[in-house]
Design a protein around this ligand. Structure first.
Ligand SMILES: [Zn+2]
Length: 303
């Protein structure tokens, strides 16, 4: 997610009800699937590592972090230079099979060229993201442009891709750095060069669990209606009531994990500092009966 100081708004989360209470909805076999230990690690923003045995999926792996002013009254300086800190990335990430790019903003995609080269993981992204990644010298053979609707089996997990929407806010319901790149642009140098480029949502089925990954508070109701998952990664912010609408759109879930809630101008090694009050997100989740989970920087959740 990315909105100026006045960030985009509210959102996200999900529903409740223990799985056994809606087994009739088990068309996607969540409750029957064989469970294997899963390890989720949070690196701030929407950067998650999901590991099951040898299989590793990364979402929007941005670990570098640098000062932009996003959460100050003045907002982010669009001319802030893009940098990558390999030492920070190397300290935390080693292998990956898939990198899921949810949208093109720097706080989601700026480290992807380095992480992709290092891990040789398949990068799922839109054509605009792929063009920006090509401009940043990401090996072309790693890029797999998708649009939403794909069902992609990997060894040890599957990825379903859904069209999604960036959260918006303010009088005109806008967000920072919109746009598309239909050809490979000049190399992105500053944060405004990394445009949103379309937003995707993903369902990762791994270790017998289905995880819906949303990088902003917004979502496409037509794409997610009736979706059954076990866990949702949901962001605060967005337009009022958006999380309630999300939880009414998909089938009840048992766990919602807060994502992208930290002030990402602050270091990853320090505890996360919320950029917004998480109470509305928590309230939306808990009133459905779902468990609301908040991890801190570098914390792991074993499922
Ligand atoms: Zn964003």
């Amino acid at each position: 997610m990315l909105a100026g100081a006045a960030a985009a708004g509210a959102a996200g989360v999900v529903g409740a009800v223990a799985l056994e209470n809606h087994s009739e909805a088990a068309t996607t076999s969540t409750s029957q699937a064989t469970r294997e230990p899963l390890e989720l690690t949070w690196f701030g923003t929407h950067a998650w590592q999901i590991r099951c045995g040898k299989s590793v999926v990364l979402t929007d792996p941005w670990l570098t972090r640098f000062h932009t002013g996003t959460f100050t009254p003045e907002g982010a300086d669009p001319k802030t230079k893009l940098v990558i800190k390999p030492d920070v990335i190397d300290r935390h990430l080693s292998t990956a099979d898939a990198i899921l790019v949810h949208h093109g903003h720097y706080d989601h995609m700026a480290d992807v060229p380095y992480v992709a080269k290092k891990t040789r993981a398949t990068v799922l992204c839109t054509e605009t993201h792929a063009n920006m990644l090509r401009a940043m010298k990401t090996p072309n053979d790693l890029l797999s442009p998708v649009r939403g609707g794909e069902y992609l089996p990997f060894e040890g997990f599957t990825i379903e891709v859904f069209p999604s929407l960036h959260s918006c806010g303010g009088k005109r319901h806008t967000y920072a750095y919109p746009g598309y790149r239909y050809e490979v642009p000049p190399r992105p140098r500053v944060i405004e060069d990394l445009v949103e480029g379309g937003t995707l949502a993903f369902v990762i089925t791994i270790g017998g669990l289905r995880i819906l990954s949303l990088s902003t508070a917004n979502f496409d109701p037509n794409a997610l209606r009736g979706l059954q998952v076990d866990i949702v990664l949901a962001a605060p912010g967005g337009e009022p009531g958006i999380t309630d609408r999300l939880l009414q759109t998909i089938k009840p879930v048992r766990k919602v994990i807060a994502t992208h809630w930290d002030d990402f101008d602050k270091p990853l090694d320090d505890p996360g500092i919320p950029w917004t009050d998480l109470t509305p997100l928590r309230t939306s989740v808990e009133k459905t009966g779902a468990e609301f989970v908040v991890l801190d920087h570098l914390q792991q959740l074993n499922l």
